[in-house]
Design a protein around this ligand. Structure first.
Ligand code: M6R
Length: 614
């Protein structure tokens, strides 16, 4: 869950690495560091805190060098402080490493190295790895690339690493297992990064390493990949990336999160563009079309995901069962992978992940594949590990999501999953032609309706002002909007640090109702379609206990207005599409509350965007 950046070429490496780290800061922001090499001496600077702190600190040292590596850290081993920050030197001072991942057997290796006279400055597993590489170099008399390979065959864990050797000024050695690593290929220069955002302004050509691959990135030479285990040569697939710089900058918004909330009309449209052909009455999705029998004949669909993606999976459970009549189970990937689940070759597993790198989701996929299930990935990041590991899949096309709190990832995941459910419903004959057509045309209206829902921003801001100092909040919804209640609560928790819980509205009377008093804000999703009368009864129960009611209602609603302290309207749509609209004011609400509480909206404490550790 750290970000790594490297550069080797003809330019000054410092600004490239620093800017690259800033773009990867969403991956972790406990500490940051950089090492620059000018062919003679290494300049290394690191600090607890953000890349901005590193930038200030680095001004005090000489920062020249056309080879550089940098790291932004989400701490696993060792508290976040200057010493534990990356890069790390080997004992000789010749080798320098950055690492994203965890070396699980580092303690036994460390002890063996201590017995051989090595000393350690930090508490990190990474310093152990670089000294193991040095020890291999010495004892085996091999060059850096070979030493890295031998050392990696001795470690257990996950890594994306970049290492250079003072004696080899024209090369950086990189390797990957379980953590992402891309190489940007320019003219006489190479870039290394956890994703393509640090180098997209320099080159569109990228090679994504597969697990258990390594490469010696050498100036003047083509990239050669090797399998770490058996040394077999692998041929790099150079991809041409579509990402552009504008997508990864704030574009006038104060925060990435706000920009991404406002991007949702466009993002949803991009998700169904070329797939939803309402005038022809078809949905075209290659990953489904080519595997339609697997889905139609599946005993059940298992959805695995984490966090917000898991909430999108819960929405999908309602859609798949309601429309396509296929049984669905939604699982936390972290639980699924460790509970010896019953999986057969008649199961289809859908893995949902914005980043496509979430370690638990990736492990769940591998387990399901071993047991013969067909695996379908729904990812946003193109070329990500989950996308590559899946048998087939569909990208959400949301564009880069940089704010740690997922927003457009959620709505575009729901859009893709709705398209799949509709397609399967049609294929299975669950729909009449006219009902299918009604869904397709309504889905096409969603971007405009999201746009309208965003117009509630000023009203939501005034509501945020009233409840910004609350210490607890409840979120209630039923049916399709129960997962939206969970998602609303997660958004508030993660960026404003207010305790919040989501519940199915009817569950309130089984316990949570005891919490309700005049201090308790309760956010209730009470749209006209979907158990409306029952939710109104729940609202009455809250009101009679003096709870504060903030209701998300269908425009024109009068009944809830009478009962609630605040109402926020969303446009009317089909029940199964309401999550795409009801979630908008809840995203805005958590955003404004976090801003009012002076929280770091885009980089909330203790979190990281891409969770590549268990
Ligand atoms: O990249 P993924 O979708 O697999 O990430 C899953 C969760 O880590 C993620 O949704 C997390 O819960 C977000 N911070 C939610 O806003």
């Amino acid at each position: 869950m750290c970000g790594i950046v490297g550069y080797i070429g003809h330019r000054d490496a410092f600004p490239i690495v620093i800017k690259g780290l800033q773009r990867l800061e969403y991956r972790g922001y406990d500490s940051a560091g950089i090492a620059l090499f000018d062919g003679n001496s290494i300049n290394l600077s690191k600090t607890k805190g953000k890349v901005e702190d590193l930038k200030k600190k680095s001004k005090e040292i000489s920062v020249a060098g056309t080879l550089g590596i940098g790291h932004t850290r989400w701490a696993t081993h060792g508290v976040p402080n200057d010493v534990n920050s990356h890069p790390h030197y080997s004992n000789s001072g010749d080798l320098v490493i950055i690492h994203n991942g965890i070396i699980e057997n580092y303690e036994s290796i460390k002890q063996a190295l201590i017995n051989r006279g090595y000393t350690f400055k930090s508490d990190t597993d990474t310093e152990v790895l670089i000294n193991l590489i040095e020890e291999v170099q010495k004892t085996e008399g091999v060059k850096l690339g070979k030493a890295v390979q031998i050392a990696l065959n001795q470690v257990v864990g996950a890594y994306a690493i970049a290492v250079f050797d003072k004696k080899k000024p024209d090369e950086i050695v990189v390797a990957k297992l379980g953590s992402p690593l891309a190489i940007g290929v320019g003219e006489d220069e190479f870039f290394i990064a956890s994703d393509a955002s640090p180098f997209i302004e320099f080159t569109n050509n990228a090679v994504y390493l597969e697990d258990e691959e390594m490469a010696i990135v050498r100036l003047g030479k083509e990239i050669k990949l090797r399998k770490i285990k058996n040394d077999a040569v692998a041929y790099p697939n150079i991809l041409e990336l579509q990402m552009n710089l504008e997508e990864i900058e704030k574009g006038g918004y104060d925060h990435f999160m706000l920009k991404e909330i406002y991007e949702q009309p466009r993002a949803i449209m991009d998700t169904y563009r070329g797939r939803l052909l309402a005038d022809q009455g078809i949905i075209r999705m290659a990953g489904i079309d080519q595997n339609i029998e697997k889905f139609v004949n599946a005993n059940r669909i298992i959805i695995v995901a984490c966090g917000t993606s898991w909430h999108a999976g819960l929405v999908a459970e309602y859609i798949f069962e309601d429309l396509a009549r296929i049984p669905v189970e939604v699982e936390y990937a972290s639980e699924f992978r460790y509970r010896n689940p019953v999986i057969t070759d008649k199961d289809v597993l859908i893995a949902i992940s914005q980043s496509g790198e979430t370690a638990d989701t990736l492990a769940a996929i591998k387990l399901a594949k071993e047991k013969g299930a067909f695996v379908f990935g729904v990812c946003n990041v193109v070329g990500s590990s989950i996308a590559r590991e899946s048998d087939a899949g569909a990208y959400t096309h949301a564009g880069p999501e940089i704010g740690v709190a997922s927003t457009k990832a959620f709505t575009t995941q729901i859009t893709v999953l709705t398209l799949i459910a509709l397609k399967l419903a049609k294929e299975k004959g669950e729909f009449s032609g006219s009902k299918f057509h009604e869904y397709l045309t309504e889905l096409e209206t969603i971007p405009a309706k999201v746009e309208k829902a965003l117009k509630s921003n000023d009203l939501v801001e005034t509501v945020a002002e009233v409840y910004k100092d609350s210490t607890n909040c409840l979120y209630l919804g039923r049916g399709y909007n129960f997962p939206v209640a969970l998602e609303g609560a997660l958004k508030l928790k993660e960026i404003s640090y207010i305790h919040a819980e989501g519940y199915p509205a009817a569950e309130m009377k089984h316990g949570p109702i005891a919490l309700i008093d005049e201090q308790m804000p309760v956010f209730v999703i009470a749209t006209k379609k979907g158990h409306y009368e029952k939710v109104v009864s729940n609202i009455q129960e809250i009101k009679s206990r003096k709870g504060k009611i903030i209701a998300i209602v269908t425009e024109g609603d009068e009944q809830v207005k009478e009962l609630a302290d605040h109402v926020i309207e969303i446009p009317e749509t089909l029940e199964s599409l309401t999550p795409l609209l009801t979630t908008i004011p809840l995203q805005l609400l958590s955003y404004h509350i976090a801003v009012m509480r002076n929280c770091n909206v885009d980089q909330p404490r203790n979190l990281a965007k891409s969770v590549t550790v268990e």
